[in-house]
Design a protein. Sequence first.
Length: 367
Amino acid sequence: MGNKTAKHFGFFFASLIPTLLVVLLIILSVIGVVSAGGSSGSTTGKRTRLTAQEVAQKANISVERAEDVIKILNWELSKEKFTLEGASGSLANAERESDFDPKLTNPSGGVAGYFQWSGWDGNTINGDRWRNASSRTLDSTVELELMSYELNHGYKKVKDYMQKATDPFESAKYWSEHYEGVSLSDGQTKLEKLEKDSKKWYEVFKGTIESDGSSGGNAIAGSLDIAPGVVAMDIPSGYSIDKEITKDGYITQSYPYGECTWYVFNRAKEFGIQFDPYMGNGQDWAHKSGYEVTNTPTKHSAVSFQGTQAGGHRLYGHVAFVEDVKDDGSILISECNFVQSGQGTGITDYRVFSADEAKNFYYVIGK
């Protein structure tokens, strides 16, 4: 009796195996779809607000190719966290390599796609970078996924550079040498064209980069994980800024170009906030007569660091702009010419300070 029951149970279980396999395959297919979706053209974070028609008109290219330009740009900004300068340099290379045509092939060289990856159609004379693609298909998403794979594996240094890039042409040269593998002395580099195109793309998209809506309103949300006080070249995760920093129309009437005072004076004006043209050095802003000063973190105020406070200069201090204040009292600042950033005059960076740190600073309220 026991053996008979066991046999029936074994038969019953065996009969369920096909059904279980089907269920398992369905689950795996759903997971696969979700995973693929994470690498599709649907990105989160920063993107241009320009349409393909607008890009086509500005850059004098077809609407079809403009759509490809936007795909590459938004992917690099959102998924790989490139700066606009870095993405502009990459776009200049894509223009040189393929004119943004994902289906362009060069049979003799065995290369194909936006960035003319090697190993196409079995021709490995120049290597086989196509082997890392999800499929050997001339498709924009497949190619952008291949680019991401490389940037997060063998080409991580290129990604790191592009995330901190501050000059379109320098970015274009770096991408050409270290991602494309084309020496600057090689005639194929076409340096003059690379310079012209990298600056062109920067100008086309400057002032058009915004959040895709993850932070609500028109705020530009951050996605970079950093520790408090650490210099970041992009907006840190959990914080946002209300207007993109473009430096368009920044004046140098009383503050030297690129100095921290020049930046805060002009950044405040973008929000309709006025500071005196002669506030003094960074630490002097907290002592300028006629201005309200508080130790309470205040959004869109000038934070005046005294002496070496928060890494300021021992003689002149430092001043920065408060972009965001969180409910917990922590703050996000943007600043220029912060010496310890290593970025130099005129370069904007971000820092976050905890509530305990932030309450020790002086916040100057503009008019």
